[in-house]
Design a protein around this ligand. Structure first.
Ligand code: DC
Length: 196
């Protein structure tokens, strides 16, 4: 199988490029952030987001699946398609928070590896080249300045009709990147053999 790993900070354009390339190559595009977002969504829903022990406990009762319809990924949480609910600023921060918990990462690891074992994939995330698929055929680390990335998010939210403030987006974006880069387990960083 051919596995392509794309890692980098939020808003660099990973999903845009991965989707386009996957379509052209007829590979499956796997957005791994959606998995962490689904965990965060459930944690917010059941009031566990501020408690690490509660989040760990919650993992016993959740089942997450990725399904593909004409190449479009949907994430299922306990049988419900939650794809439409996970793209909010609250869930972005929540996903970053739950992703620092080792048990959450372990919980989602096999799911990601199984898809890559059985399919040609372009997988995007933070630790794909360093941790999930260390043997990936191609590794890319995609980044852009904090301003460009914030502008991309701002335009995305505006296009969806969401109310948003550029300064707030840039500040929360920086905070989230810092959290993702400095966590103890599988932090965001360029793999030694990745192309920048
Ligand atoms: O790619 P995204 O913005 O949807 O990811 C949301 C959060 O999930 C991100 O801030 C950190 C976490 N994440 C991760 O830790 N590892 C991944 N492979 C993908 C996402």
């Amino acid at each position: 199988m051919i596995n392509v790993a794309i890692d980098g900070p939020a808003g660099a354009g990973k999903s845009t490029i991965a989707k386009a390339a996957a379509k052209k190559l007829n590979f499956i595009y796997v957005d791994t952030g959606a998995l962490y977002r689904a965990v965060a969504y459930n944690a917010v829903k059941c009031g566990a987001i501020d408690s690490e022990p509660k989040i760990k406990e919650m993992l016993k009762n959740i089942h997450i699946e990725l399904k593909y319809n004409n190449g479009v990924q949907a994430v299922y949480l306990n049988g419900e398609d939650v794809s439409a609910y996970i793209r909010t600023p609250e869930i972005s921060m929540g996903a970053s928070k739950v992703s620092a918990i080792p048990e959450v990462r372990a919980f989602l690891l096999d799911l990601q590896r199984d898809i890559a074992k059985n399919n040609n994939v372009i997988m995007d995330g933070r630790d794909i080249g360093t941790c999930v698929l260390p043997q990936a055929t191609v590794k890319i680390y995609l980044t852009a300045s904090a301003n460009v990335r914030a502008k991309r998010r701002y335009d995305e939210y505006r296009a969806k009709g969401m109310d948003c403030d550029y300064e707030e987006i840039i500040n929360t974006g920086k905070k989230r990147d810092m959290q993702d880069m400095t966590r103890a387990i599988a932090p965001l960083k360029q793999a030694d053999d990745a192309v920048l």
